[in-house]
Design a protein around this ligand. Sequence first.
Ligand SMILES: Nc1ncnc2c1ncn2[C@@H]1O[C@H](COP(=O)(O)OP(=O)(O)OP(=O)(O)O)[C@@H](O)[C@H]1O
Ligand SMILES: [Mg+2]
Length: 256
Amino acid sequence: MIKVENLRKVYKVGGEKVVALDNISLHIEKGEFCCIVGTSGSGKSTLLNQLAGLEKPTKGKVKINGQLVSKMTEKELATFRQNNIGFIFQSYNLLPTLTAMENVAFPLLFRGIDKKTREKKAKKILKDMGLGERMNHKPGEMSGGQQQRVGIARAFVGRPKVIFADEPTGNLDSATTEQVMKMLLDISRENNITFVMVTHDPELAKMAPRIITLKDGRVVSDMRNGVSLLEEDMQIARQAEYEEIEKTGTDETVSQ
Ligand SMILES: Nc1ncnc2c1ncn2[C@@H]1O[C@H](COP(=O)(O)OP(=O)(O)OP(=O)(O)O)[C@@H](O)[C@H]1O
Ligand SMILES: [Mg+2]
């Protein structure tokens, strides 16, 4: 679903070079829920920005659904995002003058869907998220957790193939964080949506089946359901398995 090959991102600040991403290769499966963790400055947001096509990599490729995102023009990207991608932001990024329902319906405007259908879809999702009573509230009239649920509903309304989220629970208390995280996991599972979420919170990341850890712009750990996907770790595991088979093989011969 998402393929990253030898991705490198170098920023130039004055005369200095900052290597934000250093030769990253990854493969994220369709419907997979993936958390990117790492300390501040490790390259999490930079990686997410390259995946979503918000920035161009210095080197390497990003493919989503077989399409080469890293080579698209701005116009191609805009269309591609509209049809395939949803975003959730730490600061919610809701339009302050629109109601919850209007905020959620907004992205559908660019898809040429008529007003009645847009509103119907927005209302249904908000109801599903437990915000039936808040449809006509503006962001300023809602709590942080409620605003973020509106943000999630907006990312999800167009049924994207991929949702990218950068610290979506960064502004929420711990109880609301867990509630929102569970909601994201459910949405991903029930709708087979690929989810890539950045968080600096390792405890929160543990709720996700796939955890990618960055350090100084490199992948230092990549775990799916507790099993490492790093090539060198897989080689060690294969070697151990081979030795185990050899050993049991000999043992069996002896016992016969
Ligand atoms: N636009 C930019 N110009 C120059 N350097 C940048 C730019 N964006 C990021 N960097 C640098 O790239 C590195 C990675 O930054 P990034 O924002 O990806 O980190 P992060 O893991 O998201 O950190 P945080 O947890 O603090 O959000 C840092 O050293 C940062 O200073
Ligand atoms: Mg960041």
